[in-house]
Design a protein around this ligand. Structure first.
Ligand code: BES
Ligand code: MN
Ligand code: ZN
Length: 489
């Protein structure tokens, strides 16, 4: 796994600043106030910091921005990064500053003189998240990324505050690695093996094979995978950190590659479908975070791992399959496969665990990208309170999420002439009819949220906290949801 860069928190050593190697960062307030470290650096650079702080360039910078001075006289460092932050920044500002520093840092060592800045842990979190790089398939010796030293007045306190954040960063990196992997590497079997390895962190892992899925009656899920050489699997990950209470269930779509099946997708852009296991990737990342920070909650993560291929044994448009619930489905379009996988996994999750709430995540529809672009995931729910608590968690972690409607009129669009339902509702409201399909497999008493992450799981341009590619969207929000709503103390 791509490991987060090492951050050490140490006591401020003003005398070490002149000789610090690599990149050196200091913090100056928007009003241009310098702390002790910044004053020392200002003196060493014969007033460069003060000149910057009274320039129009500084005035234009926003809190969390960084202005870099190259090869500053009086310092060993090759770059002096001046961070604009109030003494008491918001979480968002502190994380943003950390992310900006990650870009300045590159693979060099970085020393951050944060002094008495509050939220220095959040700054470190932003730094770690943005320093992600997926280099597993680059054969050139990639330069090992050096760590960062953050000098603060109370290193023990900041270190303790940062520990759970670093656990979450590890979960985010786990998700990003899974989403970044090509599909010849991350087969269903390899995916299940990587999840099985989480047992080292204290998670209970079970891998259900095709024979077991057949016995359970998961014909909808199995039909999707029947044209692939890679066997379909369902992986159950349990974290039992709470008491006797019913768990929160997280369910993920894990289509390791989506060709569309016999309803084959066009060639252009098909390579993006390596990320069609993004929902399962997020579930895996959250489970890893919870285990790493020993969350005091009961959470079960269940993912359906399949590959959607065209083949002599593949399902055909027009086939009718029976779900685990017992309802029959006319498969009009084999490219609407995610819902066929989820309906069986969601039914299994409720049948076996009677969860207190269920969240499913899936790169489910292209239509959600048309509606919300790459800024927000689509949120669908049968329970206002549960939905509100998720939206609040997502907002506080800076992950875009926007609620979409459900309703009987949309559900009607799934009527089939020969089976209980069909798997597509036509082009209008494509994301909503997909959610309606899923809701048919949600029990009335289960509070449920469906997250359509097709637009946010992997993106073509860098975001605040990730380079272009896999984002890990949702790991932070779901970790926050657990922390705020399910932990026992
Ligand atoms: N995996 C796709 C959805 C998708 C599209 C994810 C773009 C990420 C980026 C899904 O399985 C799919 O093919 N959906 C179809 C549904 C249609 C056939 C009803 C779609 O959105 O076109
Ligand atoms: Mn598809
Ligand atoms: Zn798909």
């Amino acid at each position: 796994m791509t490991t987060p860069i090492e951050i050490s928190f140490t006591e401020t050593d003003i005398d070490a600043l002149a000789g610090a190697d690599g990149k050196l960062a200091i913090v100056v307030t928007p009003e241009g106030k310098l702390d002790a470290a910044a004053r020392r650096v200002n003196r060493l650079t014969r007033g460069a910091v003060q000149r910057l702080a009274s320039s129009s360039r500084w005035e234009k910078a926003k809190p969390g921005d960084v202005v870099s001075l190259a090869f500053p006289a009086g310092l060993s460092a090759e770059t002096l990064a001046v961070v604009k932050l109030p003494r008491r920044p918001s979480v968002e500002q502190a994380r943003k500053a950390g992310a900006e520093l990650a870009k300045v840092k590159g693979s060099a060592t970085l020393t951050v003189a944060a002094g008495a800045l509050t939220r220095a842990a959040d700054l470190a979190f932003g730094l770690v998240l943005r320093a992600y790089e997926f280099t597993d398939h680059k054969t050139a010796e990639s330069e090992a990324q050096a760590g960062a030293v953050v000098m603060v007045s109370k290193p023990e306190d900041v270190s303790a505050a940062a520990a759970p954040m670093m656990a979450v960063a590890e979960g985010v990196f786990f998700t990003r690695d899974l989403v970044s992997e090509p599909s010849n590497v991350l087969t269903t079997t390899e995916f299940a093996a990587r999840l099985s390895a989480l047992s080292d962190l204290g998670l209970e892992i079970e891998v259900l094979d095709e024979a077991e899925l057949e016995t359970l009656g998961m014909r909808a899920l199995l039909a999707v995978g029947q044209g692939s050489e890679s066997p379909s699997k369902v992986v159950v990950m349990q974290w039992k950190g709470g008491g006797e209470e019913a768990p929160l269930a997280l369910v993920g779509k894990g289509v390791v590659f989506d060709t569309g099946g016999i309803s084959l997708k066009p060639a252009g852009g098909m390579e993006d479908m390596t990320m069609d296991m993004g929902g399962a990737g997020v579930v895996a990342g959250v489970m890893r975070s919870l285990a790493r920070r020993k969350a005091k909650a009961n959470v079960v993560g269940i993912v359906g791992l399949v590959e959607n291929m065209p083949d002599g044994r593949a399902q055909r448009p027009g086939d009718v399959v029976r779900s685990m619930k017992g309802d029959t489905i006319e498969v009009i379009n084999t490219d609407a496969e995610g819902r066929l996988v989820l309906c069986d996994v969601m039914w299994y999750a409720q049948d076996r665990f009677q969860p207190a709430g269920m969240v499913d995540l899936a790169t489910l529809t292209g239509a959600i990208i048309i509606g919300l672009g790459h800024e927000n995931a689509g949120v669908f729910s049968n329970h206002d309170g549960f939905c509100e608590s998720f939206l609040k968690a997502a907002a506080s972690e800076g992950e875009g999420a926007w609620r979409m409607p459900l309703g009987a009129a949309y559900d009607k669009m799934l009527k089939s002439a020969i089976a209980d339902m069909k798997n597509v509702g036509g082009r209008p409201a494509g994301s909503i009819t997909a959610a309606q399909f899923l809701q048919r497999f949600v029990r009335d008493e289960t509070p449920w949220i469906h997250l359509d992450i097709a637009g946010v799981a992997s993106v073509k341009a860098e975001t605040d906290f990730a380079p272009k590619g896999a984002t890990g969207w949702g790991v932070m929000a779901l970790d926050r949801l657990v922390r705020d709503g399910y932990e026992t103390e």
